[in-house]
Design a protein around this ligand. Structure first.
Ligand SMILES: Cc1cc2nc3c(=O)[nH]c(=O)nc-3n(C[C@H](O)[C@H](O)[C@H](O)COP(=O)(O)OP(=O)(O)OC[C@H]3O[C@@H](n4cnc5c(N)ncnc54)[C@H](O)[C@@H]3O)c2cc1C
Length: 325
């Protein structure tokens, strides 16, 4: 990127940062510098930044909380835009949250307002935009369950558009936003007034405690690295029963093999490359012991994938999103 372009952007956006380490903005605490870094506080600022980036042909990447991202050690030679508009509007039976709203605070605020439907999301790091993008889920809940509509920019036309849930193509950690370029601006959720708000608060606290018990919290991570393996049909289940011993009944019932369980079965918990380690506590978490590089994480995930493929004939898919590679 030439100096003239950088100066032009700095003139339009005085708060833009140069060579900003992405390790400061990702949960994994990994990632080299973004040549340009801009936190868009309003939709208007976001659109202005996109228009300039397009006009000047600068590569750009939009993100929220950085909790599901692995950024290259070389960083990103373009404009990193963080969605930083974070308003939450509560109504009697629904809530509209800006894409930059913190998912966990959204969950807390809805519970405090006595509304049920998002309490499962209390421990999910990151923003509402990121959660809609990946149809985040936990403890039996998923974004798609209560989402009514998504306001976004369709990057093919640069028009703002509102999609009802039915056209968002939500699936397991999947949505149309992963396949067609859009920027999520805000989302509306339909919620139910809880019959017993004390019970709702207790449920939220239980979820938080269970998370602390089962997941590593002392070291940085990006949450689950791999998607769980979903069985296509009964014949696949029968085939797998021969390849993988002692599959827990609950996984057979829900037709999904937990990636963490597979990693644990393969004996890879605790394996390390550099400062990247497969958590001893949860096989689907790779933690940063201090100075892990993106390369270490990638090599470790490849090692896991190869072992699981060789031992069980299963191809694990990444859940984490790559940027700058
Ligand atoms: C400790 C830990 C526990 C976790 N537990 C869970 C869990 O239980 N369940 C679960 O589903 N996930 C979990 N995650 C993963 C992560 O928190 C979620 O995927 C989260 O919703 C990502 O939000 P984010 O804002 O951080 O996204 P980012 O990491 O910022 O971005 C992820 C992807 O979304 C895209 N994106 C972000 N915002 C927008 C937007 N406004 N418009 C378009 N695209 C956008 C980015 O381009 C990127 O490709 C966990 C992560 C950690 C670190």
């Amino acid at each position: 990127m030439n100096l003239e372009t950088i100066e032009k952007l700095q003139k339009n956006f005085p708060s833009i940062l140069i060579d900003e380490p992405m390790s400061k903005h990702t949960n994994l605490r990994i990632g080299g510098p973004a040549k340009l870094f801009y936190a868009a506080d309003t939709v208007e600022d976001l659109i202005d930044a996109l228009q300039i980036a397009r006009r000047e042909q600068i590569p750009w990447y939009v993100f929220g909380g950085g909790s599901n991202m692995l950024v290259s050690d070389d960083g990103f030679d373009g404009l990193m835009i963080q969605i930083a508009f974070r308003d939450i509007k509560m109504r009697s039976k629904s809530v509209t949250a800006d894409a930059g709203a913190i998912t966990a605070s959204l969950a807390r605020q809805t519970v405090e307002a006595g509304l049920s439907g998002l309490e499962w999301a209390v421990g999910i790091p990151g923003t509402v935009g990121g959660a809609v993008f990946g149809n985040s889920g936990a403890w039996g809940g998923e974004i798609k369950d209560t989402l009514v509509s998504v306001d976004c920019i369709d990057l093919a036309t640069m028009k703002q558009i509102v999609y009802p849930n039915a056209v968002c193509s939500f699936g397991y950690r999947d949505s149309r936003f992963k396949h067609e370029p859009h920027i999520i601006l805000r989302a509306t959720f339909g919620l139910k007034p809880a019959e017993d708000s004390t019970k709702l608060t207790t449920r939220m606290n239980e979820i938080m405690n269970e998370r602390k018990e089962k997941q590593p919290t002392d070291n940085p991570s990006a949450g689950c690295i791999f998607k769980n393996f979903v069985f296509k049909d009964e014949s696949e289940i029968e085939k797998l029963k021969n390849e993988v011993k002692d599959i827990p009944v609950e996984m057979l019932d829900r037709k999904s093999l937990s990636a963490g369980w597979l990693v644990s079965q393969s004996g890879m918990k605790g394996e390390r490359i550099g400062d990247a380690q497969i958590s001893e506590k949860h096989g689907n978490f790779i933690i940063n012991l201090g100075n892990a590089r993106a390369q270490d994480i990638l090599m470790l995930t490849s090692k896991v994938k190869m072992k699981i493929r060789d031992e069980y004939n299963i191809l694990l898919e990444d859940e984490v999103q790559l940027a700058g590679f």
